[in-house]
Write a new protein. Structure first.
Length: 316
């Protein structure tokens, strides 16, 4: 595994080739860790909770078998299995190649052969991390030789340097609807208004501890990134996320394990110590035709672009 460090005048980021993982992301002025960092970037607990990785080919939970253009794919799993973030053959478990890098940008690439992970098509996937001032951009591009399903996500856990965790944070999400889930965390297919529910984050409020849901930002991917959410911490650090994606998975971090302080840098790992905000397609969309369909054809290349904008209320 190789780790590349990027630096702007405001931010510092480290990216590891295993899983194309953002292992370190800091506000330089105060050396504040903005995400959950593990003292050892190869810590298996970090892998277990998908900390900072690129997940896919299909982010979130899907039920097998999948149907792509009326062809059935079981992903090597029994019928009615639930696969999370691509399972054992997911992108987060692969070592990516460094295509190019500068002081402020790194491009990583991975190739997937037809059916090597249960998905059709020879696929080339690239992720590019870029820093500019107080902004980090993450772009994911994929091409395929055959029609295939592809809907990745970037999965950092945001601490914003706040030792009090999510109880000391306020979350605003630009979504009027949310997707309810069943007892296996699979979407029911309903698209539910957020009015008068714990999911109404159209104005900032403390996130509910039970959140692990997809918020519906729009019906389809957008050509350019638009505002998705704002996370504000009591310490004055603020994160805005803009994205092209139609959904935002909000996970409160309630299932994070409790670890000794020596295992992490900055705020320790514990339930509700950090929050995942994952721009992505609406989950398990292949099973729900009224959701936007995450498909690549041989004449179309998938592109996802998300922008993370940071600022500190205590900075001039």
């Amino acid at each position: 595994m190789t780790e590349i460090t990027l630096t702007s005048d405001t931010l510092q980021a480290s990216i590891q080739t295993r899983g194309a993982t953002l292992t370190k992301f800091r506000w330089k002025e105060t050396d504040t860790p903005l995400i959950l960092e593990f003292s050892d970037p190869g810590d298996p607990i970090g892998r277990d909770v998908f900390a900072g990785v690129i997940v896919g080919p299909l982010a979130n939970r899907v039920r097998t078998p999948l149907h792509v253009n009326s062809v059935e794919y079981d992903l090597g799993q029994p019928k009615d299995s639930v696969v999370l973030h691509g399972g054992e053959s997911g992108l987060s478990n692969e070592t990516w190649s460094i295509e190019a890098h500068t002081d402020t940008q790194v491009m990583l690439t991975i190739f997937r052969a037809h059916m090597s992970d249960g998905f059709p098509g020879d696929r080339r996937i690239t992720v590019t991390y870029s820093l500019s001032g107080a902004t980090m951009s993450v772009e994911i591009i994929a091409t395929s030789t055959e029609p295939t399903a592809f809907a990745p996500a970037h999965h950092p856990y945001w601490t914003l340097g706040e030792p009090g965790g999510t109880k000391n944070m306020m979350l605003e999400v630009a979504a009027d609807h949310v997707i309810p889930v069943d007892d296996r965390q699979l979407p029911t297919g309903e698209v539910m208004p957020v009015d008068a529910t714990v999911f109404d984050h159209r104005t900032a409020r403390t996130p509910d501890a039970t959140l692990d849901h997809n918020f519906c930002l729009t019906q389809n991917q957008r050509p350019t990134p638009e505002f998705a959410c704002r996370l504000s911490a009591a310490n004055g650090m603020v994160l805005d996320i803009d994205t092209t994606e139609p959904g935002l998975q909000v996970y409160s971090g309630s299932g994070l394990p409790s670890l000794a302080p020596s295992r992490t840098n900055g705020p320790v790992c514990a339930p509700l110590a950090a929050m995942a905000l994952e721009p992505q397609f609406w989950p398990n969309a292949l099973e729900h035709p009224h959701f936007a369909q995450p498909l690549i054809t041989s004449s179309y290349s998938f592109k996802q672009f998300s922008r993370y904008r940071l600022h500190s209320k205590h900075s001039p």
